[in-house]
Design a protein around this ligand. Structure first.
Ligand SMILES: *[C@@H]1O[C@H](CO)[C@@H](O)[C@H](O)[C@H]1NC(C)=O
Ligand SMILES: *[C@@H]1O[C@H](CO)[C@@H](O)[C@H](O)[C@H]1NC(C)=O
Length: 327
């Protein structure tokens, strides 16, 4: 016997009800599994936060300046690849523009913190542009690598700050300027060079040996040895400086890249460093939190330029702390 219209309706209705119940059950299960998923996500985030992970943080002098410095560094990092390509195209597709033109892509993009104007410390060739260091408090150690018996920077910074000053250079006999000044007859280079020759050391070994806590300024003028020195640096390297005054060289000049051992030939078999090589160098520093605050062509050497960099971003010293400011 065929079902009546009412029976059909009731049947359809109960079927629909069963479907709805099934659907609600599925929904419940979905809600529960979503909750579990979210809980797991939180758990793994907490796990990550307590593990020793590199983490970028804002500098101590956060505020308006810090936020802008951080933003400028971030923008620089994310655009340098494209701008390197455009720059090379603008130089008639040459990676080797002549003289100081090769440095033109690396213009300053970070300003000094409020109350610390950019100024020159020391006279003449040894003078360096720095965000005013006279507000520094002891204990602090300023490191000067490569002196060529030219100590005007050391004299200037000893007069302007209460910091100790450590000069290292294996090519000269050295000199001691005050009771706050130390001279070590050592050159700083790669770990491979340090293993091969006892005249060489690495940055980390030097700061450990000198028991240095904080390095507000590193001055480095070492005729292209800056590449093996900075190549050793990573996010957790001890006592990375707040400011770096570096003479950057794109050519061998009169001094060959004569670090002992073949492991590090910065010109990679070529006569000089290209724009791309320099981009990679400044990108490495930007990745460690350093932004360019000043550039000055060295008028005595057309393959050389002075740069000052300031660290505006760093990882916490203790990876377990979520928000600790830069040193
Ligand atoms: C640019 O490159 C082209 C082709 O190699 C060459 O003919 C021209 O002289 C170059 N121009 C400049 C300004 O170097
Ligand atoms: C950020 O860059 C702008 C120019 O793009 C500049 O005017 C400003 O001073 C920079 N700020 C900091 C804190 O570096």
């Amino acid at each position: 016997m065929a079902p009546t219209r009412d029976e059909k309706c009731t049947h359809m209705f109960s079927q629909r009800n069963a479907t709805r119940q099934r659907f609600q059950r599925t929904n419940h299960i979905r809600t529960i599994s979503n909750t579990i998923y979210i809980l797991l996500m939180y758990a793994s985030l907490i796990g990550l936060a307590s593990a020793d992970v590199p983490l970028r943080v804002l500098p101590r002098q956060a505020g308006e300046w810090g936020n802008w410095a951080y933003r400028n560094l971030s923008t620089w990092r994310s655009t340098i690849f494209g701008r390197t390509q455009q720059f090379i195209v603008s130089k008639n597709n040459s990676e080797y523009p002549p003289a100081w033109e090769r440095f033109d892509l690396f213009q300053p993009f970070i300003s000094c913190p409020p109350g610390r104007t950019l100024r020159r410390v020391g006279q003449g060739d040894g003078g360096k542009w720095l965000c005013d260091p006279s507000t520094l408090n002891a204990p602090c150690t300023i490191i000067s690598l490569g002196s060529g018996m030219e100590f005007t920077f050391e004299r200037g910074i000893l007069a302007d700050t209460p910091c100790k000053v450590l000069t290292a250079d294996c090519t000269v006999t050295g000199s001691i300027l005050s009771e706050r000044h130390t001279f070590l007859p050592l050159c700083v280079g790669s770990a491979a060079a340090a293993q091969r020759s006892n005249q060489f050391t690495t940055y980390e070994a030097l700061v450990t040996r000198a028991q240095v806590e904080a390095v507000p300024v590193l001055k480095i003028d070492v005729e292209a040895f800056e590449y093996p020195v900075f190549a050793e640096w990573h996010e957790h390297t001890a006592a990375l400086p707040e400011q770096i005054a570096v003479e950057v060289h794109w050519g061998e000049g009169d001094t060959p890249f004569n670090e002992p051992g073949p492991e590090f030939k910065p010109q990679w078999g070529r006569g000089s460093l290209s724009v791309s090589d320099l981009s990679l160098f400044f990108f490495h520093l930007a990745n460690l939190g350093y932004g360019i605050i000043n550039q000055e062509r060295n008028l005595n050497c057309d393959q050389c330029s002075e740069f000052t960099l300031l660290r505006v971003e760093s990882v916490p010293r203790n990876g377990r702390t979520l928000r600790r400011f830069a040193p």
